[in-house]
Write a protein that binds this ligand. Structure first.
Ligand code: OGA
Ligand code: MN
Length: 284
């Protein structure tokens, strides 16, 4: 079957039609999907049905998995998969993280080598709400003035997982504290605010929900600076909102896009997703 690529938004995003991700892609299919991913930043596949093993196999074609630092929401027997869900198991124990990603962020930007991409598979979705917004950090970079490109290129931001975890914990009151081991594994790191994509050479503004400071800037000033940058990057012309259907698989590039989960009525409806994450490189 020939593969069709259909654009989702003016500046980024595409639907890839004619691929069954449950089967190994041949070399030509893989090359088309890989190209689409690099060209569009996020790619959508509809009507998929994936076992955890099939999901992991597709993910591995793009690189080794990055295991999430927080252990309790990994899928049992499949540590490469994290569960984003409001479902409860035995004794009311949550099966996954219900309030994942409700702020603009790029996955695992807090690691010395942040994630290349993430592949989120919608198993069950609510009839309304629970969309995911995506922003093109590359389109935002392109819209900067030459002076601002120049000044941001000299700056580095500090990324820290724990600061975000505790902020979300205070907000929704459903997250447990991190373990000491998890905290020790995620010290603050810094990355350039303008990063160059290692595969297509394009530049992006690389900040977001895990950035908690700017190197050499007073903390108050840095938080205001990062908030302003966030507001700039998430203007409507840079944002695509994905309304999920069960069976959707979205593969996003964390090196040039951010995303933001939105709320839904978790008392009435179920939203259950599986995510793999692919290891990336040190930003430059
Ligand atoms: C994620 C995430 C967003 C969502 O899985 O990385 O941020 O809408 N999820 O579930
Ligand atoms: Mn995320």
């Amino acid at each position: 079957m020939t593969i069709e690529i259909r654009s989702l938004h003016d500046s980024f995003g595409a639907e890839v039609i004619g691929v069954d991700l449950s089967r190994p892609l041949d070399a030509e299919e893989f090359a088309t999907v890989h190209r689409a991913h690099l060209d569009h930043g996020i790619i959508l596949f509809r009507d998929q049905e994936l076992t955890p093993a099939q999901h992991k196999a597709f993910s591995r074609r793009f690189g080794p998995p990055e295991i999430h630092v927080v252990s309790w929401y990994r899928l049992p027997d499949h540590p490469e998969i994290i569960v984003v869900s409001n479902k409860k198991g035995a004794e009311g124990k949550p099966l996954g993280l219900e309030d994942a990603g409700r702020y603009w962020h790029s996955d695992m930007s807090y690691l010395p080598t942040p994630a290349l991409g993430s592949i989120l598979y919608a198993v069950e979705v609510p009839p309304t709400g629970g969309a995911t917004m995506f922003a093109s950090m590359h389109a935002a970079f392109d819209a900067l003035t030459p002076e601002r490109k120049e000044s941001l290129s000299k700056m580095r931001a500090v990324h820290h997982f724990g600061s975000r975890w505790y902020r979300e914990k205070d907000k929704a009151g459903i997250r447990p504290p991190m373990t000491k081991e998890e905290e020790e594994k995620t010290p603050p790191v810094d990355h350039p605010i303008i990063r160059t994509h290692p595969e297509n050479g394009r530049k992006s503004i690389y900040t977001g929900g895990f950035t908690m400071g700017v190197v050499g800037m007073a903390q108050d000033e840095a938080l205001e600076f990062l908030d302003d940058l966030d507001a700039f990057m998430t203007q409507p012309q840079f944002v695509y909102t994905h309304e999920w259907r069960a069976g959707d698989v979205v593969f996003w590039d964390n090196r040039c896009t951010m995303h933001h989960a939105t709320v839904y009525d978790a008392q009435k409806h179920t939203r259950h997703m599986h995510r793999t994450t692919i290891k990336g490189d040190k930003p430059f």
